[in-house]
Design a protein around this ligand. Structure first.
Ligand SMILES: C[S@@+](CC[C@H](N)C(=O)[O-])C[C@H]1O[C@@H](n2cnc3c(N)ncnc32)[C@H](O)[C@@H]1O
Length: 308
């Protein structure tokens, strides 16, 4: 992309996956100009769209949201439910970690991710096209290794599962397991599940949202990274169908207290038991949970239903 005329200096970051070897390639370009527009909060800004091409493969248009969200006080640029939408969090709930990925998982990603991947693009996902008409769909944010995602999907093949995690080795693990299982009711996002919810899920369309053992961020200075906040609860409540279930679990007591307070305070949700309940039979013990249990941690499950 070449600089075009006057306008703000703009840095666009983009990445794409090479079709065969599956390696991510990132690119930064500084451009001038952009399309004036208003963000979700109605503030003025500029949007830049470019096409990402890797070795001759056109990966389609990429809207620069990093630039727009860098404007003071800006929210998300693209939201599926208009200007009243819940804004993006100030900081993400994760820090990207490096992780080793064996050759088997790397090959599985390169070979099978496209088959199981949440389709890229903008606007609301067509869930009926993805999973079949009338199929209830749940979103799991932060599946880790994906072991419990797999067992829940296998136990309930009539439910479509959108599974998101930012940690690529875990995504490799889940895609490998899916490719060996024959399960067809899971779609995977190697990316931010909160952003998927905010930007790609139509209001009132999910049967459930699962947040199992989100990073507890125990240090006070990191609390701002916690996923389950009043903003998140409002976002989830808006995306759930009436009767839809937000299921959170944590083994970090102070976070359990925060979750309880947050979910109880969200008017569109009804918190079962006004607090933690025993682990429901449908949720297997997750890998992260098992480690907590070994250390003697107490686990809290919280079930909050979307009011009619
Ligand atoms: C502590 S681990 C728990 C994993 C799994 N649920 C378990 O119980 O074994 C939290 C996971 O959430 C992921 N994560 C954090 N924020 C996320 C987000 N906004 N979108 C997707 N994944 C996220 C992390 O990469 C990590 O794999």
């Amino acid at each position: 992309m070449s600089p075009r005329g006057p306008g703000p200096a703009w840095t666009v970051s983009a990445w794409c996956r090479l079709p065969r070897r599956g390696r991510a390639v990132s690119s930064r370009r500084t451009v001038r100009a952009g399309v004036p527009g208003r963000d979700a909060r109605g503030r003025d800004g500029f949007r830049v769209t470019c096409r990402v091409t890797c070795r001759g493969v056109d990966n389609g248009p990429v809207s620069d949201t990093s630039g727009l969200s860098a404007l003071p006080g800006a929210g998300s640029a693209e939201q599926v439910d208009g200007p009243s939408a819940v804004p993006a969090p100030a900081v993400p709930s994760y820090k990207l970690r490096r992780g080793r990925m064996g050759v088997v998982r790397r090959d599985a990603l390169a070979e099978h991710l496209s088959r199981f991947e949440v389709p890229s693009g903008e606007g609301a996902l067509d869930l009926a096209a993805l999973f079949g008409p009338g199929v209830p769909v749940v979103l799991e944010i932060g599946f880790g290794s994906g072991d419990s995602t797999m067992s829940m999907a296998a136990a309930d093949p009539g439910t479509g599962v959108l599974a998101a995690d930012v940690h690529t080795p875990g995504v490799g693990n889940l895609v490998l397991a899916l490719s060996e299982s024959g399960l067809e009711n899971v779609r995977v996002l190697n990316g931010d599940g909160e952003e998927l919810l905010r930007r790609r899920i139509a209001p009132g369309s999910l049967a459930g949202v699962r947040v199992y053992f989100p990073d507890p961020w125990p240090k006070a200075r990191h609390h701002k990274r916690r996923l389950v906040t009043p903003r998140f609860a409002a976002l989830v409540a808006g995306r759930l169908a009436p009767g839809g279930l937000l299921h959170c679990a944590t083994d970090w007591e102070p976070y359990a207290q925060q979750m309880t307070a947050v979910l109880a305070a969200e008017p569109a949700l009804e918190l079962e038991n006004d607090g933690p309940v025993p682990r429901p039979a449908w949720r297997p013990v997750t890998r992260f949970e098992a480690r907590g249990l070994e250390r003697g941690h107490r686990v809290a499950d919280l079930l909050a239903r979307r009011r009619p």
